[in-house]
Design a protein around this ligand. Sequence first.
Ligand SMILES: C[S@@+](CC[C@H](N)C(=O)[O-])C[C@H]1O[C@@H](n2cnc3c(N)ncnc32)[C@H](O)[C@@H]1O
Length: 450
Amino acid sequence: MKIKISSITVSEDRMRTVEKNDKYYKLKASIERFGIIQSIGVQDGPRNTYILIFGERRLTACKELGMEKISCRILIPNRPLDAMLIEYEENQHRENFTWQEEAVALRRMYDAVLEENPGYTHKEFSSLTNVGESRLSALFRLLDFSDQYPQIWIMIHWSKADLELTRMIKGSLLEEKLKRSQAKKSLDAAMVGISIKPKGHHENCPCSKCRNHRDSIRKQVKPTGDILIYPEAMELLASLDDKSVDLCVTDPPFGIDIEDSRSMEARHHIYDNDDDKVSIMNLMERVIIGLKGKMKPGAHVYMFFAIQYYNDLTQVLLREGFTINKVPLLWVKNGGGSTAQPSYFPGNVYEPVLMAFAPGKRRKLEVLGLNNVIRCDSVHPSKKNHPLEKSINLYNEIIRRSACKGDLFIDPFSGVGNSLVAAKRLGCNVRGAEKVERYRSIGELKLMGG
Ligand SMILES: C[S@@+](CC[C@H](N)C(=O)[O-])C[C@H]1O[C@@H](n2cnc3c(N)ncnc32)[C@H](O)[C@@H]1O
């Protein structure tokens, strides 16, 4: 809300002289040109006045520019989020406030903001806290990887730590590539002396004799020591050989960041939020471009999707040369279905699944005669390890249509790993990606158990 500048006081003990340096004049010029973009924080003072909590530089600039009003966020210090904001603001002025402490504080605050308003974007959060967007993302990234790379977490400068993190991730990708090429070499070695096709059949012959023969060759060399579930979809794709993937079935994070918001309500909020749609489509665009390079020609892709993404998704897929089965599959859930606002919307009992084919001659289905409706229970809420968990049965119903033994199956958003388990049970080699460590570990455990 906008408040009269003359009614805002800066208490003596908080007051620090605003340093009129280059940055200050840039800020002032920007306010003059575009108005104030980031609110300042105030709390109620005596007799219709307000006491400044943060944003003194912005307030000074507005005063100097002769502005009458300024947009403010009125904080109530004992409300959890506001208390955190105030604490953060105060900490920021501490000389020894480290970037690690800052990252943890920002994450706590962001979680609290999302509790109150699940649709809150990084962008909005960056203007609420006055932390630049790229710095914010870097701090969050460093925090996310702090367990995996503890040596980076203790570095003094966050920007150097971020550079080092990028280098380490690239390094681990290279190492992974190396491992894969060694595995490939051992496959080649194992195949020496084995006839690739039975006599009288051609190399890609689809008859069952040839398929069994190819399976038995594949089985002779099992990939060893490979990572099965990567922490990032793009990392998974980068690790794969070009044109090596036979099948991809995935349930992307449309409109919901699982870690940040768990409820149906959250999803409804985010669906309305264009900023999030942009970042989700950015991710999907990168994943689809990645898939294009890694899928075998004509290989199948099944993708759960939210209806409001249909146009954007199909546009990107078509642009990248995929063909699309115009009529999506429907997963019809047994049971009543739920909705965030039952007085306004009917219960949801279906989810659509897009079916696409990688560029090239379409591969045939493995099971013929099935229709495009899959009836299957959803996972009972009491048994869910993930708010959007889909059952192994459901994945099996989809995967069995397109997979055969020995296929390389991937799921770049594998959640708790049920797609991977279903594909593994059908005899596929599987690789997944899941950014939340807890879900990744559950997936890994399930895969170990078969
Ligand atoms: C809709 S959920 C999939 C849940 C899955 N169907 C299951 O049964 O567990 C999407 C998942 O993608 C993960 N995710 C989001 N962005 C990601 C990324 N860039 N790389 C890998 N996983 C990501 C989320 O953490 C979330 O668990």
